[in-house]
Design a binder for this molecule. Structure first.
Ligand code: SAM
Length: 355
């Protein structure tokens, strides 16, 4: 069948693709601006030349100038061509600097390079279908820790603990808490500092993540938190915890159903499971309105779905959606599951489940 071409539609799409190419470049440069400290330095500087910015940051001027050119053409940094000075406006610094955390969107741009690093593996997986193991990803745990420092740790006190009525009081009195798929463990450390009478544990199968978490609790001198390298699919705790949390750690499991049952069994009567997971609707047409839909499906394809498939799992994908999550929580034996949204974290739903 010969298709007729709508010229206007075609030209509009070409514009969109150009924008994709430009924004892809900007995402990489934004990640570099974050990691190099350039955004942080420029936020505190008056309009400055590339030499002055390089001197302040201790970086090579030629690289700084080329990065600045990408930032200026991408309308992130402003340029005075007469004075040859560059400035990061305060309105932009409010979204790309460490001082702006938890609103630092430059943190998320680091995932582009992390995922780009496994492109060959993912491409091969398109053919053989067997997924890509966690071990293939460089800097995943480091970037994830930075991401959840903003979406989880920063909101624990004001937004997340209050999702569970009475939990603040129970934590203050002293309870047992487990975080499954704890990664670098910053959430448990934060709660351990805030609630010294409670005891906190983190499980993760990554040696890199748990070793880093153990070093950090030594450094902070925390006695009421510990971390253990463990596969959640084989955890055997029975009625050992009052609260179990999972921050963005269920959808990428190789055995999500087994893990949910293990979590259920590990809770004491009256215990609560708090699950943060990606805010997919479970329906592609509805996800078209998701403010970060393309990015989340990209992370899913290049990481979440792939790591699950690599472990012989179902590859639920990050956008598995509320309906399937609720069905699986019910099948694992949870009751009265509430689903909440938090304004500071549009990428996730918050499921609060009773045993
Ligand atoms: C997306 S990361 C989230 C990490 C952390 N909760 C956070 O918010 O920063 C998922 C974590 O689950 C861990 N994980 C995945 N499957 C696991 C399993 N079967 N057993 C233990 N940990 C697992 C990974 O190593 C990773 O640290």
């Amino acid at each position: 069948m010969k298709k007729t071409l709508d010229q206007k539609k075609s030209e509009d799409f070409a514009q969109k693709m150009l924008s994709v190419v430009n924004h892809a470049g900007l995402a990489l440069m934004t990640s570099l601006g974050h990691r190099s400290g350039l955004f942080d330095a420029m936020a505190d500087m008056p309009p400055a030349t590339s030499e002055e910015i390089a001197e302040r940051t201790g970086l090579n001027e030629r690289y700084v100038r080329e990065w600045l050119a990408a930032m200026v053409t991408g309308e992130i940094v402003e340029f005075d061509s007469a004075a040859r000075t560059y400035q990061l406006p305060a309105e932009h610094a409010a979204w790309v600097t460490r001082k702006a955390s938890p609103n630092n969107l430059a943190v998320s741009t680091q995932f582009v390079a992390v995922l780009g690093g496994v492109e060959e593996h993912v491409l091969a997986a398109f053919r053989h279908g067997r997924g890509v193991p966690y071990a293939a990803y460089n800097r995943f745990h480091e970037v994830m820790a930075e991401e959840s420092a903003q979406s989880v740790v920063a909101g624990l006190h004001d937004h997340i603990v209050p999702l569970i009525p009475g939990m603040e009081t129970r934590l203050a009195r002293g309870i047992d808490v487990l975080d499954v798929g704890c990664g670098s463990g910053r959430a448990m450390m934060h709660l351990a500092e805030a609630y010294p009478k409670s005891r906190f544990v983190g499980y993760d199968f990554s040696e890199e993540a748990t070793a880093g978490a153990k070093r950090e609790i030594e450094r902070r001198g925390l006695k009421n938190v510990c971390f253990s390298q463990r596969d959640l699919a084989t955890m055997s705790d029975v009625e050992a915890f009052d609260l179990i949390t999972a921050f963005d750690a269920i959808h990428d499991q190789a055995k999500p159903d087994t893990v949910l049952r293990n979590v259920r069994r590990a809770l004491r009567p009256g215990g609560i499971f708090l699950m943060q997971d990606i805010s997919g609707s479970g329906h592609l047409h509805a996800d078209c309105n998701h403010p970060v839909g393309p990015f989340l499906y990209t992370i899913s394809c290049m990481h979440c779905m792939s790591v699950s498939l690599a472990g012989g799992g179902p590859g639920l994908g990050a956008m598995w959606g509320k309906e399937l999550a609720l069905k699986m929580l019910g099948e694992a034996g949870f009751n009265n599951v509430r689903v909440e949204s938090l304004e500071h974290d549009p990428m996730n739903f918050w499921y609060v489940a009773d045993v």
